[in-house]
Design a protein around this ligand. Structure first.
Ligand code: HEC
Ligand code: HEC
Length: 369
């Protein structure tokens, strides 16, 4: 950050207080935080996880790129009336989701679906984004809320000229891309870098997995009996949870139908492809930090994890597109027959996926104050 923020070598010291037109101050560390070379545990370096990393070769995460992305992510200038930023609907304390079932846009209008948590968005097999997977890449996705009529309401031309007019962006673009040219591609690339840098890997589940040498079938020494029971159930054929929420990321490989609705009222992927067999299929994004991202599902219909488990246990709706994994041998809806203790165990297990370091890490926090 040599240009404005010179002279400081320590990461925790804040430099360069600059006013933006919302009259708040931007402060960034003297040398950028580490986004590019995170020290991931072995289980994140396994082939099955590397294989689902959707980082393109031409947009690897760099410290300077993600720093620019962080400023953009928190900058209310990205909305038509300077009232909201990405972070208005993606709150760090909530795993970068929103407490509201439907989020509020720049003029108070409601979004069509529930805001998604962003932890580990980097790891998704087919690299598609949004509940209905309508964005083919993260680079494509990040420009969509900015142009959305309800969410932020800008044209890309307006976006570029608003960013150009702010002098605090000049050095950030130079550091990230070599010169101060503001383009939509650079804005998209840096936002995508910041989102991809949001890797959550320090939950109690991770600590337990490391403690047993990576064998998730063993009881974790840092888990209660109930949590270990929940772990066993999550990875069991009886529930099938881990066959859709896969790998240590707990994300899927593609959009699937989990039987929320017998008539698939929200078409989901089917609304994008036009194929009726895709109706009611939705992205299986990571359930890490799930205890923080309530309410749940694409429409935020469930307030609690108990309700989610109650749904899987007894209320899955049969429909022609219901995933095979949620059908029993006879083709009907799978009956999990979980008793009260087993349901509580699954909830307890899901809560072990919370990562306190992730939600308090200053490198993901608001740089404006
Ligand atoms: C007004 C609220 C709002 C704002 C502002 C907003 N988002 Fe979102 N975001 C949502 C909602 C709602 C969804 C899910 C929408 C859907 O699937 O139809 C979403 C989905 C996403 C996803 C998809 C995650 C996945 O795993 O597929 C990403 C990434 C994302 N937003 C990033 C951003 C970025 C970056 C910005 C700022 C440029 C931003 N959002 C601004 C509400 C918002
Ligand atoms: C057939 C695949 C499949 C199986 C099996 C499955 N899920 Fe899901 N899960 C999904 C899909 C698809 C969604 C998103 C659905 C939507 O919002 O429309 C989802 C959503 C969720 C959510 C909410 C995510 C959020 O961000 O709101 C939780 C929690 C969850 N599942 C937990 C479980 C548990 C626990 C089990 C086992 C009892 C399980 N799932 C089994 C496919 C599956």
């Amino acid at each position: 950050m040599g240009l404005i923020f010179s002279g400081c070598q320590q990461e925790d010291e804040e430099f360069g207080n600059i006013e933006n037109n919302a009259l708040s101050e931007l402060s960034l560390p003297g040398s950028p935080y580490n986004y590019a070379n995170i020290d991931l545990p072995d289980h994140f370096l396994a082939n099955e996880v590397r294989r689902i990393d959707n980082t393109p070769n031409n947009n690897r995460v760099t410290d300077a790129g993600a720093t620019l992305g962080r400023v953009l992510f928190y900058d209310k200038l990205l909305s038509a009336n300077n009232s909201i930023s990405c972070a208005s609907c993606h709150v760090q304390a909530n795993g970068f989701a929103d407490e509201r079932a439907l989020s509020l846009g720049f003029e108070g209008g409601e979004t069509g679906r529930n805001s998604m948590g962003l932890a580990n968005a980097r790891y998704y097999d087919n690299g598609h984004f949004f509940w209905d997977e309508r964005a083919g890449s993260l680079e494509e996705q990040v420009l969509m809320p900015i142009q959305d009529e309800v969410e932020m309401g800008l044209t890309l031309d307006e976006l570029v000229s608003k960013i150009q007019a702010q002098e605090y962006y000049q050095p950030l673009f130079i550091e990230a891309f070599g010169d101060d040219d503001v383009t939509t591609i650079r804005i998209a690339n840096s936002l995508a870098q910041f989102v991809r840098s949001m890797v959550s890997y320090e939950s109690r589940f991770d600590e337990g997995l490391i403690a047993v040498g990576g064998n998730r079938n063993r009881d974790f020494p840092n888990f209660s009996q109930l949590e270990n029971l929940g772990k066993d159930l999550f990875f069991s054929g009886r529930t099938q949870c881990s066959n859709c929420h896969e790998t240590v990321v707990f994300s899927g490989d593609r959009a699937r139908n989990n039987g929320l609705d017998a008539r698939n009222v929200d078409l989901g992927l089917g609304g994008v492809t036009g194929n009726p067999r895709d109706n009611g299929r939705f992205k299986v994004n990571s359930v890490r930090n799930i205890d923080l991202t309530a309410p749940y599902m694409h429409d935020g219909r469930f307030e609690t994890l108990e309700e989610v488990i109650g749904f899987y246990n007894g209320n899955i709706q049969n429909n022609p597109n219901l995933d095979q994994r949620l059908r029993g041998n006879n083709g009907n809806v799978r009956r999990m027959n979980l008793n009260g203790q087993e349901r509580a165990a699954l909830v307890a297990f899901l809560k072990t996926l919370t990562d306190e370091n992730f939600i308090s890490d200053v490198k993901y926090s608001n740089p404006f104050n």
